[in-house]
Structures are given as structure tokens and as C-alpha cells.
Ligand binder design. Structure first.
Ligand SMILES: C[S@@+](CC[C@H](N)C(=O)[O-])C[C@H]1O[C@@H](n2cnc3c(N)ncnc32)[C@H](O)[C@@H]1O
Length: 264
């Protein structure tokens, strides 16, 4: 059996238990093992590193020692970086996939303030207060959440806790060129005045208007690339959003193998 340790952002070590991407019950998606361990040479590592750059952009200004919840723990790539960067006093994780859960319990064993639960995030997230929520939704867009009601129950509880910052992964950047028009039509139908155009940032501005109207939060920072928007919501009136675009290749080499050992 091979155990790999990944070096993430040249700073953080992530030991990976052997695992395979398996379908999540009731979903089309595969667990996060799809992204990290199925192929050690996978370009997915570069994509994951690019995601982390977006997350770090959204976290700017968050002080150390906060309480943190990550409802979609995956294999813990975000977890090791968030622990290193924010030194949270409490850090709560949920994950539904058995292999990911095992991986998360292994890497967090003995770490102070950490709690990992094998639970459905939609049922568990936001039941307790945390200063910061990092919500790496496996799938989330305006239409999926607001029109179709996906994750609505859990996400609503998070707002009710009135956290200082909420980071959201929004997949609307993928297929943007074919979907912006329909998305814009839906936004208009629910009274959003910010026009969604071909230009990606307009979507984030429209979302900010919606969050402000319905939740009293607006988007303050956004890191994005061709597949996802990562944005930070804060309980503030909408103003300029600090955007940062990460082009393809910007995550290259930022996740690599630190060690690879054969177990007997
Ligand atoms: C985008 S990945 C998160 C990756 C994570 N940020 C990391 O660094 O490894 C989303 C994860 O959510 C998990 N998931 C999907 N549906 C879930 C649910 N209802 N409750 C909890 N976890 C879920 C999937 O197994 C997947 O590992």
C-alpha cells in the first residue's frame, strides 16, 4: 500500500491515506479523492492549488485564533492550510463520504480544538456559532441554491449564526459563457437590479446584491478562475469587491509529493 504525503503551498504537509473516488449517495459527484489521490500526476493538484489561492485571497484580514467550521471537509487540503494560516481555537468539520471521513479523522487526530463528524452537512452545518465558515460546496450556483433549493436548509442556518465571515465556493464560473444569460434572467425575475452580463464579475456583484437583500451580508472579496468563484461574505453594506483572477497555471507546482513510502 502506498502512503503519500503532499506538500501544500510549499508549507503544509498533508498525509493521504490510500483511497478512491466513489460516488456520494444520491449525487452525481464523486468524493474529493477524485481530486487528490487517484493519479499522483493529476493536473487536478494544480486545480486544487489554484482553489487554495482563491481561498487565501478571501481570508485576508481574518485574525488568528478564530473559531472555524468547514461543512465539507473532503480530504483535508483546505483543513491543513486553514489550520496553519488561522490557528483556529475550534475547528469543526463535516464529511459524508466514508473514505474522506477516515482520512480527516486520521490527519486531525490529537490536534487541539478539532472535531470531525461523519454527517450530512445540509443537516448539521450552522447548528453552532463559528466566527468563520468555509463552505466548499461540492455544487452550488445561484440557480441551484436559490431557485432549486439545494443546500438551502443548512446555508440558511449559517446566516442565522451571524458569523464574521462566510467563504463560499460557487461553481457558476464553469460553463459561464453558456449559462450567464439564463442566470441573468432568473436574477431579474427575483428583483435583482445588478445586470448579469457576459463579464464574470457581474455575476458576483449580482449575488452580492441578493445576499444583502435577503441575508444582510455582502460579498467583500472574490478569488476566481474558469471553474469557480470563491467569495467572502461579511455583514456589511455592499461596496467595492476586491476581485482577484487566477489564470490557468497559477496553481502549478503548489501541491506536490513530499514523500511516498511503501507500507508492508
Ligand atoms: C469540494 S469537496 C471539499 C474539498 C475540501 N475542501 C478539501 O480540501 O479536501 C466537497 C466534499 O463534500 C463532500 N460532501 C458531499 N455532499 C455532502 C454532504 N451532504 N455532507 C457532507 N459532505 C458532503 C464530498 O464527499 C466532498 O468530499
Amino acid at each position: 500500500m502506498t502512503n503519500i504525503t503532499l506538500r501544500v503551498l510549499d508549507k503544509y504537509d498533508l498525509p493521504l491515506l490510500p483511497g478512491e473516488a466513489t460516488p456520494i449517495p444520491g449525487q452525481k459527484d464523486l468524493s474529493y479523492y477524485e481530486y487528490v489521490s487517484t493519479d499522483p500526476n493529476s493536473s487536478r493538484w494544480n486545480e486544487t492549488a489554484k482553489n487554495l489561492l482563491c481561498v487565501l485571497h478571501c481570508l485576508e484580514g481574518v485574525p488568528k485564533g478564530i473559531s472555524l467550521e468547514e461543512p465539507f471537509g473532503g480530504v483535508g487540503v483546505f483543513t491543513v492550510v486553514l489550520r496553519g494560516e488561522l490557528k483556529p481555537v475550534t475547528h469543526r468539520l463535516f464529511e459524508i463520504d466514508p473514505q474522506c471521513y477516515k482520512q480527516l479523522t486520521t490527519i486531525t487526530r490529537g490536534k487541539k480544538g478539532m472535531q470531525v463528524k461523519k454527517r450530512d452537512a445540509n443537516k448539521r452545518m450552522g447548528r453552532k456559532y463559528s466566527d468563520v465558515f468555509v463552505i466548499d460546496f461540492p455544487f452550488f450556483t445561484l440557480v441551484k441554491w436559490h431557485k432549486k433549493g439545494i443546500w438551502k436548509e443548512g446555508f440558511q442556518r449559517v446566516f442565522k449564526q451571524k458569523p464574521k465571515r462566510i467563504l463560499v465556493t460557487d461553481g457558476a464560473s464553469a460553463l459561464y459563457q453558456t449559462h450567464w444569460f439564463k442566470t441573468g434572467g432568473y436574477a431579474k425575475s427575483i428583483g435583482i437590479t445588478t445586470e448579469i452580463t457576459k463579464e464574470r464579475e457581474s455575476y458576483v456583484k449580482a449575488m452580492s446584491e441578493l445576499y444583502w437583500k435577503e441575508q444582510g451580508y455582502s460579498i467583500t472579496r472574490c478569488g476566481y478562475h474558469g471553474s469557480c468563484f470563491y467569495y467572502a461574505l461579511e455583514p456589511k453594506e455592499p461596496s467595492e469587491i476586491d476581485f482577484k483572477f487566477f489564470p490557468s497555471g497559477s496553481g502549478k507546482g503548489l501541491i506536490k509529493i513530499a514523500s511516498n513510502t511503501e507500507e508492508i
